[in-house]
Design a protein around this ligand. Structure first.
Ligand code: AHG
Ligand code: MN
Ligand code: MN
Length: 331
C-alpha cells in the first residue's frame, strides 16, 4: 500500500523545493488546516449540537442573514490565524472591515494577510448539502510591525501567494495552490490528517457541465441568455450540456475543477452587479482554476487582473474549462 503523504509532510516537502521559502507560509497553511478540521468536526454534528443551526438573527455587511455556523466558522478562523503568528491581519465575509493583529505580540513580524469566506454556501447548511471555506493569502505591502492598511487588502488577485478551499462534503477535502500546481488532500478522520489524494489536479480543457442559477435567466443580459441557450442546444454537433447547480460555490467549483465544465454567476440586470465577492470567492478560485489549466473571467477582464476598489466588492464570474469559458466569452 502506498505510503500516506500528509498535508504537513507535503507542505514541508514543497517548502524544501521552493528556495526562497522560509517556513512562515508553511506554518500558516498548517494553521488554516487545523481550523478546517475543527470547523469540520462541529459541522459534521451540527444537527445534534444544541442551537448551532439556523440564524443568528443578525445580518452582515452583505445584507445577508448570518447563520450561527457562519459566525462559528468565522470565530474559529480568526482565533487560529491570530494565534498562528504568521498572519498580520485578516478580512472576512462576516467582518465589516479588515482586522489588524498588529497589537498581538506573536504577530509583530508576520508578513501574510488572509482573506476568507468562513462558510460558503451557508444557505445549504441546514439541509446537509456540501458547504466550504475559501481562503486567499497575500504578502502585506505595508511595513512589518505596523498596523495593516486598506491597501494591504485591496491587492489584485495576481498578487496572491496562495489560495485554497475546504469542501465539507461526503468527504472533507482541502485543495490549495501556491502557484506551482493544485493539490487535493482528503481528511482521514481516523488519524485526523489531511492526506494527499488528488495530486497535480488539471481541469479537462472542455467539459459537459454548466452551472448557473437558471432561475435568474430573465435577469441576465441577452448575450448571457444566448450563451445559456447554446449550452442546452445541439449546435456545433455537440450534445446539450448537463446543468449541475448545488448553490454552494465551493461544491459547484470543485466538481467542475475535477470533471470539467463552466460555473457562471453573471451580472444581474436588477442590481447591475454580480453576487460573488471578488476578494474571498472569485480571486482564490480563479488562482486555483488557472493553475489547473482553466480560465476565470468577469465577462470583460481576467479575474486576477481586476484592481479591487472595495473589500466586499462583487463581480460577475465565468470560471472553468478553457474551451467552455472561451465559448461563453465569444457571446
Ligand atoms: P455564502 O454562503 O458565502 O454567502 O455564498 C453563497 C454563494 C455561493 O456559495 C453560491 O454559488 C451562490 O451564493 C449561490 O447564489 P444563488 O442562491 O443566488 O444561486
Ligand atoms: Mn460564499
Ligand atoms: Mn459565506
Amino acid at each position: 500500500m502506498e505510503k500516506l503523504i500528509t498535508l504537513d509532510e507535503f507542505i514541508i516537502q514543497s517548502q524544501k523545493e521552493a528556495k526562497e521559502a522560509t517556513g512562515e507560509l508553511s506554518r500558516l497553511l498548517r494553521d488554516i488546516s487545523v481550523a478546517a478540521k475543527i470547523i469540520n468536526r462541529d459541522l459534521s454534528k451540527a444537527g445534534l449540537v444544541e442551537n448551532i443551526l439556523g440564524e443568528t438573527g443578525t445580518t452582515n455587511i452583505q445584507g445577508e442573514e448570518v447563520k450561527k455556523l457562519d459566525e462559528f466558522a468565522n470565530t474559529i478562523l480568526i482565533k487560529y490565524l491570530k494565534t498562528s503568528g504568521e498572519c498580520c491581519g485578516i478580512a472576512s465575509e462576516e467582518e465589516d472591515s479588515f482586522v489588524s493583529f498588529h497589537d498581538e505580540p506573536q504577530c509583530k513580524n508576520a508578513k501574510y494577510l488572509v482573506l476568507f469566506d468562513p462558510l460558503d454556501g451557508s444557505s445549504n447548511i441546514d439541509c446537509n448539502a456540501s458547504v466550504g471555506t475559501i481562503f486567499s493569502i497575500y504578502k502585506r505591502i505595508s511595513p512589518i510591525g505596523t498596523p495593516c492598511t486598506h491597501a494591504d487588502f485591496l491587492q489584485s488577485g495576481e498578487k496572491q501567494v496562495a489560495s485554497g478551499y475546504v469542501i465539507y462534503g461526503s468527504s472533507t477535502m482541502l485543495v490549495y495552490t501556491t502557484g506551482n500546481g493544485v493539490n487535493g488532500f482528503t481528511l482521514d478522520t481516523a488519524i485526523g490528517e489531511f492526506c494527499l489524494s488528488h495530486s497535480n489536479i488539471k481541469t479537462p480543457s472542455k467539459g459537459k457541465i454548466y452551472s448557473v442559477n437558471q432561475g435568474n435567466y430573465h435577469d441576465f443580459d441577452q448575450n448571457v441568455q444566448d450563451y445559456i441557450n447554446y449550452c442546452i442546444s445541439s449546435e456545433d454537433d455537440k450534445k446539450p450540456l448537463s446543468l449541475r447547480y448545488i448553490g454552494s460555490m465551493v461544491a459547484d467549483f470543485h466538481r467542475n475543477l475535477l470533471k470539467g465544465g463552466i460555473f457562471i454567476y453573471p451580472l444581474s440586470k436588477k442590481t447591475g452587479k454580480g453576487k460573488l465577492r471578488l476578494m474571498y470567492e472569485c480571486n482564490p478560485m480563479a488562482f486555483i482554476q488557472e493553475q489547473a489549466g482553466g480560465m476565470a473571467n468577469s465577462g470583460e477582464i481576467r479575474i486576477l487582473d481586476i484592481v479591487p476598489s472595495k473589500l466586499h466588492q462583487r463581480v460577475p464570474i465565468f470560471i472553468g474549462s478553457k474551451s467552455n469559458v472561451e465559448k461563453a466569452l465569444s457571446y
